[in-house]
Ligand binder design. Structure first.
Ligand SMILES: [Cu+2]
Length: 220
């Protein structure tokens, strides 16, 4: 026969279990961060773009959803142990959606040499008409920090860009974010992307390299 004390203990354990299950169901793996709990000493909210290592790279933004106040600043960085790049890309106008590798026509005499020594890479090169051929190259508007405004003005920012959203953007991109030390194999790439949000709203973004990698900034 179960005595009163044991019954009470079993009830508590069951309740904790049910609450945990409900929280997991409701939030899944999403971790919500609040500006009041900004996770760096300078008050900037940090978000990991990817993580893990070569055998288990994580293609997620952590936290995936962040709630902040107008005027708050968010900084993305890549803590992966290997040189796996990510981007933080806001596609605010569907027509600005793009890909990190695109075909371009170039003079047929052009030769391409890999910069990282002994890298397992070569460009796709297809003979084209007359004196041109087509190569598939990394798209500067994904590789570099770039903002396109409502008048289609394309502005390339410096690596490790700091940007203030003004509500006039069609497209805003971090450029390739690499862990410190791995960026030297990608000249001109970044370690961080820092954005200040002046206007309230929901800002959704993705990694162009891994489009299932998405995140959300809710500005109150
Ligand atoms: Cu990615």
């Amino acid at each position: 026969m179960i005595n009163k004390k044991r019954f009470c203990l079993i009830s508590i354990v069951i309740t904790i279990g049910l609450v945990t299950a409900a929280m997991t169901y409701h939030w899944g793996t999403t971790i919500v961060a609040f500006a009041a709990n900004s996770n760096s000493p300078d008050g900037i909210i940090s978000i990991k773009a990817g993580s893990g290592n070569s055998t288990a790279p994580l293609t997620t933004f952590t936290p995936q959803k962040v709630e902040i106040m107008k005027g708050d600043t968010v900084r993305w960085y890549n803590p992966t142990k290997v040189g796996e790049p990510h981007t933080v890309t806001f596609v605010l106008d569907n027509k600005t959606m793009t890909d990190f590798a695109m075909p371009f026509g170039v003079a047929s005499s052009t030769q391409f040499m890999s910069i990282p020594p002994h890298s397992n890479s070569e460009p796709v090169s297809i003979p084209g008409k007359e004196a041109t051929k087509t190569i598939v190259a990394v798209n500067s508007r994904v590789y570099n920090p770039v903002v396109i405004d409502s008048t289609n003005n394309v502005k390339t920012l410096k690596p490790n860009a700091t940007y203030v959203f003004n509500g006039n953007e069609k497209y805003a991109n971090s450029g390739f974010l690499l862990p410190k030390g791995h960026d030297k194999n990608y000249p001109g790439s970044s370690n961080t992307f820092t954005v200040t949000f002046q206007n309230s709203g929901i800002y959704r973004y993705l990694c162009i390299i891994h489009p299932w990698m998405t995140g959300e900034i809710v500005v109150k």
